[in-house]
Ligand binder design. Sequence first.
Ligand SMILES: Cc1cc2nc3c(=O)[nH]c(=O)nc-3n(C[C@H](O)[C@H](O)[C@H](O)COP(=O)(O)OP(=O)(O)OC[C@H]3O[C@@H](n4cnc5c(N)ncnc54)[C@H](O)[C@@H]3O)c2cc1C
Length: 458
Amino acid sequence: MSIKRETITLVGAGLAGSLLAVFLARRGFRIEVYEKRPDIRRESAGAGQAGLAGRSINLAMSVRGLHALHQVGLKDEVLGMAIPMAGRLIHPVEGEKVLQPYGQRDEEVIYSVSRGELNRVLVSAAERQDGVRLHFNARCTGVEFRTGVLYVRDDATNHVHSLRPRRIIGVDGSASAIRTAMMNAGRFDLSQQYLTHGYKELTIPAGPDGAYRMEPNALHIWPRGLYMLIALPNLDGSFTCTLFFPHEGEYSFDSLQDPAQVLDFFGRQFPDATALMPDLPALYRGNPTGSLVTLKCFPWHYRDRVLLLGDAAHAIVPFFGQGMNCAFEDCTVLDECIEAYWPDWGQVFESFGQRRKENTDAIADMALANYVEMRDLVSDPGFQLRQKVGFLLEQRFPDLFIPRYSMVSFHRFPYSEALQRGEIQDGILRELCASVSSAEQVDWNRADRLVRERLGTN
Ligand SMILES: Cc1cc2nc3c(=O)[nH]c(=O)nc-3n(C[C@H](O)[C@H](O)[C@H](O)COP(=O)(O)OP(=O)(O)OC[C@H]3O[C@@H](n4cnc5c(N)ncnc54)[C@H](O)[C@@H]3O)c2cc1C
């Protein structure tokens, strides 16, 4: 790659920041990265996770994230520490568990990966690049846009440094200090919408000799209408469970506090999971309750000087498993904008925002809608029938009809296209399934006509 030797300053060495440092260094830029936390690689796995208190300990990774990793040669390393999950394994209160496959081809799986391990791999990859310098315990406390001064406090000594970087990229997550500074600079749109539900992480430990105590190659869901529990496998045989639950109300984090009540509630609602969680009351009491927010803002850049990327620009709720995938796809797209417009940074930043904004808005909306699907619809026979008919339509029209989940997780269509086509497809499925109770009863001639009319190119 060409030698550019211009310096770019990144604030944040989380998932997006450390990957972005790799992308930019490969283009020949010098990179200075300021990260408020200590070096995650110097912490034990447990401490690293505690340092991320309130953040999910494992994540679902799919094609957009994998593609970005592939571009910088890290895909195989990450896949080596990931567990494939072929579908949702639904746990009803009573009765048999049901596996709902995510896709219908062997490669259509998503992967469970440890957030801490992934971050370690990415930070090490950044450090290996020529021209990258990482500064830990280095917290950005603000930016003065008028003078271009970036303030960074050394959290070990409390000393505040003033820097004058030419170019800053804020990859400092959903509570971004760079975004706050941008807002203070004026003419900046910002909306944030908190869910009335929050989340708490719990653990199902490994069995003897690190054996999994449930099916490892699935994302487990206990859908209960207004709330749900999910579990993703870890490499050590354990599962990280997340309870998504109202903050307030009859059944809520507010009302459910007493250990005996917790055990009783879990025992009634999630009996098989409860039997596998010996530390449930202590974990429930000790682990923090997190909030879930959708954050949209624009513009993402200030002149040719400052850009927001990843959660700093667009935080979404986790129900499509896409926040990190979307942030990694940001890195792919920014790299393409640099290829097209560098050294005109104003144009690089402008085109990045233009290409990404409608797509990040679309995945934000799809992620919100997916909460209802996960906690409620997955156990609805009508939803299950539509999903089955959707797969059959994909077999008949592989180029025209691709289920929405697959468009988002197994293809790299722009999210806005997945949203738009997904709505048309949902209309078709609802019409076809309105008065039938099995896929065999579907009027396939009508199906062919509807797909060609509404999804065909002419
Ligand atoms: C419960 C939950 C489950 C999730 N599950 C999934 C999933 O399954 N799949 C998926 O794709 N996504 C998932 N996500 C979303 C994913 O975690 C985020 O989208 C992703 O972490 C965004 O990466 P980022 O680098 O932009 O932000 P972050 O990962 O938050 O990184 C920001 C970094 O900036 C640092 N920083 C912050 N402020 C400063 C400052 N002032 N100065 C210096 N450094 C600073 C932070 O310490 C951190 O290292 C989930 C999120 C949650 C909350």
